[in-house]
Ligand binder design. Structure first.
Ligand code: PLP
Length: 362
């Protein structure tokens, strides 16, 4: 089968067809060199421009100022849960964490191994359905940094604004909404994201880190966990994920060609609206999980009247070429992930399927 289906997977997720086609065309011989990108040295003249272009692609799209380094690391976004406190939260020091979903909770768990964690805001008790308003956040005076998750992939909860740290360094897990819209990078001290949703394949983690934070890395840090060393070596302290960085470069080129992040945002808003409208107009057959003000443009989560119907829904959807709609095992229900590369036609196909399904089973 070579035909593409509609892939609603939360990650690894759909990539632009043009990117896949280019990678496929270059698989046996990259730029006529007779080798693929996976077969050349990361220190060769063949790979050098790829890393350079991936870095400048990210810098251009997100308008990253010069006093930030762009790194492509390994260990997933999950390793950042540990690396951040291991570098910036010493014993006896404190950091503030804002928890609006499962991933934020996991970040807290790792940070607690290093120092004091103040969970200054959590929606765990209400089932992770909202984000705080600026008035609801009171930062600790002595916090080394404030950590939050701009889009909680499992629950489908998204901040609609860059968090203002009021002078404190803001650290953001942007794994599932990076590159989906313009952001003001200057509001952040560190942004990190696993690549496998909007940027590329799994196995590479984007880290954007401000120079003054790099200065705070403790002496004698383990080399592979040391942002300073990793930055000094331009992400090549060891062998980086060359294939991942290659795809990231192609994705950046693709986004630039198609208008940049403002265009991505407009398209993402359009797609999400189609789906949320279908949920809201279903007379209660479909129930959105998240409060309207915090609804994610990337991960649309909703429930049906029973778990049995949810099972039937995902299995019939799969038969019709709508794949990956099962909610995360921890929350159940339906989750439609509609990242940058997910086509509007796929959302329209899902909405049509939802209408039919509700008519037959409502
Ligand atoms: C918001 C968020 N943070 C962290 C992670 C963990 O990423 P990784 O699997 O790259 O460690 C994920 C994975 O889906 C995520 O969605």
């Amino acid at each position: 089968m070579t035909e593409r289906i509609y892939n609603f997977s939360a990650g690894p997720a759909v990539l632009p067809v043009e990117v896949l086609e280019q990678a496929s065309g270059e698989m046996l011989s990259l730029n006529g060199i007779g080798m693929s990108v996976m077969e050349v040295s990361h220190r060769s003249k063949h790979f050098e421009p790829i890393l350079e272009n991936a870095t400048s692609g990210i810098r251009e799209l997100l308008q990253v100022p010069d006093n930030y380094k762009i790194l492509f690391l390994q260990g997933g976004a999950s390793l950042q849960f540990s690396m951040i406190p291991m570098n910036f939260l010493g014993a006896g020091e404190s950091a503030d964490y804002v928890v609006t979903g499962t991933w934020g909770k996991k970040a807290v768990k790792e940070a607690k191994r290093c120092g004091n964690v103040n969970t200054i805001f959590s929606t765990a008790d209400s089932g992770f359905k909202s984000v705080p308003t600026p008035d609801e956040l009171a930062f600790s005076e002595n916090a080394e940094y404030v950590h939050y998750t701009s889009n909680e992939t499992i629950e489908g909860v998204e901040f609609k604004r860059d968090l203002d740290g009021k002078g404190l360094p803001i650290v953001c897990d942007a794994s599932s909404n990076i590159l989906s819209k313009p952001i003001d990078v200057e509001k952040y001290a560190l942004i990190y994201a696993g690549a496998q949703k909007n940027i590329g394949p799994s196995g590479v983690t984007l880290v954007i880190i401000r120079d003054d934070l790099i200065e705070r890395v403790p002496e004698n840090q383990h080399s592979m966990l040391d942002y300073r060393l990793l930055a000094e070596n331009n992400s090549m302290l060891n062998t980086p994920n060359t294939w991942g960085i290659y795809i990231i470069n192609l994705v950046c080129e693709h986004i630039k060609k198609h208008g940049g992040l403002a265009v991505m945002e407009r398209k993402n808003e359009e797609k999400a609206k189609i789906l949320y409208d279908a949920i809201d107009r279903s007379d209660g057959f479909y129930r959105g999980h998240v409060e309207p003000a915090a609804r994610s443009l990337m991960n649309v989560t909703y429930r049906l009247p029973s778990e049995e119907l949810e099972k039937q829904f995902t299995s019939e959807a799969t038969e019709q070429g709508l794949d990956g709609l099962k909610g995360h095992r921890s929350v159940g229900g339906i989750r439609a992930s509609i990242y940058n590369a997910f086509p509007k036609e796929g959302v329209e196909a899902l909405v049509e399927f939802m209408r039919d399904f509700a008519n037959k089973n409502g």
